[in-house]
Design a protein around this ligand. Structure first.
Ligand code: 9WN
Length: 423
């Protein structure tokens, strides 16, 4: 992998930089996205640590009074994306969407904080800026457990597929089929103006996405009501594992800064959820499986959602089994890690989260594998990721067999992950 790739990655970040936040890619996604920004900050840190902290701080400036950190912040108007602020109607000073996204902020802040230990000036800045962020991230974690686990089961639910960040995963098919779609206001999608419709969610899925937004809007975006009122409430192992890891990482930063109470609270959340997550281990498929909290049904799907818990401190035997599952997919496909098992029902090589490879999930899995001592598979994922870049550039996602570029181009978090792999 040449230094040209690194330079290209920096160029992608610069192109999508809007000063205090980055857009995922122009046209298709012209606003600030939650987990994109937190992961992008890791790449930005190689250019400027100051700018990296700003990326996360900007996102948290738009945290809701109840603690939620929104999925999208609509900093400036644009009509190239649907649904825009007129659909969400969340009534925020700067418009935002009304749902959230995977809680990677704690993980990202710890990574920035740990990185900054080498130089005195960076360290001083990291301490000041993470101290301010700690309390906001803690409030977000508290929001999750209060509103998305209202009956105290130890695991949080997502109420919309967009919250998972894996919008059209096979994991949601059955739960989404229970969402009514009649009576929605007619709308026009914009994503298919920028990307091939065959690589995007279907119209039927969009109808259900829109129904949920309109349903929550009718409930005034009152988060104390939404969980029990949503026909879609799914406990996803990946979403929970990310939250668990972020609680543990936030606790580590808090301990380093002498914030004992905050550290203890986050450690306790992480431990309780880790115990609850263990019950989602599925022996015959050797992965975690989520469940539909509205019906109690287990979600029998072989997606990346069952592998991403490697990011949390899961038992070594489970980590080894996950590494084995990934290695097995590597026997079937040229590139790793497909977002859905290529041999399993529902796999579609080019359709978004139903098969294609995403570099951010590669990065999160690689991080977890390394933490678990599974370096061989971790190294393979890094090689695969860099091969994809060499072959097809900084795409949104990639076809697992051919490595073809799919979705949007010049993609910010893809570039950020390349910087993470190379520096
Ligand atoms: C809805 C921005 C986002 C990512 C998600 C990805 C995609 C949005 C969409 O793009 O979702 O949030 O409109 O398709 O699925 O993970 O954060 O890159």
């Amino acid at each position: 992998m040449s230094s040209a790739s690194l330079e290209n990655a920096f160029a992608v970040l610069r192109e999508n930089d809007r000063g205090t936040y980055t857009v995922p890619t122009k046209g298709l996604y012209p606003f600030q996205w939650n987990w994109d920004s937190c992961l992008t900050a890791l790449g930005l840190a190689a250019i400027s640590q100051d700018r990296a902290w700003t990326e996360i701080e900007t996102l948290f400036e738009h945290q809701w009074p109840d603690g939620m950190v929104p999925q999208i912040v609509f900093h400036v108007p644009s009509d190239t994306y649907f649904p825009g602020p007129d659909i969400w109607q969340t009534n925020r000073p700067t418009p935002t969407s009304g749902i959230t996204q995977p809680a990677v902020a704690g993980f990202a802040v710890r990574r920035l904080f740990d990185r900054a230990q080498d130089r005195h000036t960076d360290r001083a800045m990291a301490e000041t800026r993470s101290r301010a962020l700690l309390h906001k991230i803690d409030a977000w974690h508290a929001w999750f457990y209060r509103n998305r686990d209202p009956h105290g089961e130890g695991l949080v639910a997502i109420l919309h597929p967009w919250e998972a960040g894996r919008d059209n995963s096979v994991d949601w098919d059955e739960a989404l089929a229970q969402v009514p779609t009649s009576g929605i206001t007619p709308y026009r999608r914009r994503d298919t103006d920028h990307a091939n419709p065959a690589h995007r969610p279907t119209d039927a899925q969009y109808d259900a996405f829109v129904w949920l937004v309109e349903h929550f809007r009718r409930l005034g975006w009152d988060n104390s009501l939404l969980h029990d009122a949503s026909p879609f409430r799914v406990v996803d192992p990946a979403f929970n594992a990310i939250l668990i890891r972020s609680c543990a990482d936030l606790a580590a930063v808090a301990e380093a800064l002498g914030e004992k109470t905050l550290a203890q609270r986050n450690r306790a959340w992480a431990q309780r959820s880790l115990d609850a997550l263990d019950a989602l281990w599925h022996v015959s498929s050797q992965r975690y499986q989520g469940f539909n909290r509205a019906t109690g049904e287990r979600i029998d799907s072989r997606s990346i959602g069952g592998l991403l818990p490697i990011l949390a401190a899961i038992p070594p035997a489970r980590a080894a089994a996950i590494a084995g599952q990934i290695a097995a997919m590597g026997e079937q496909m040229h590139f790793l890690v497909p977002s859905h098992d290529p041999g399993a029902p529902g796999y579609e090589a080019q359709r978004y989260w139903r098969g294609p490879i995403w570099l951010i999930t590669n990065f999160l899995i690689e991080n977890g594998l390394r933490q678990a001592g599974q370096t061989e598979v971790a190294d393979r994922i890094v090689r695969s990721s860099l091969d994809l870049i060499e072959k097809s550039g900084f795409a949104e996602y990639y076809e697992p067999q051919t490595g073809a570029a799919l979705g949007g181009g010049r993609f910010t978090w893809t570039a950020a992950m390349v910087i993470e792999f190379l520096t």
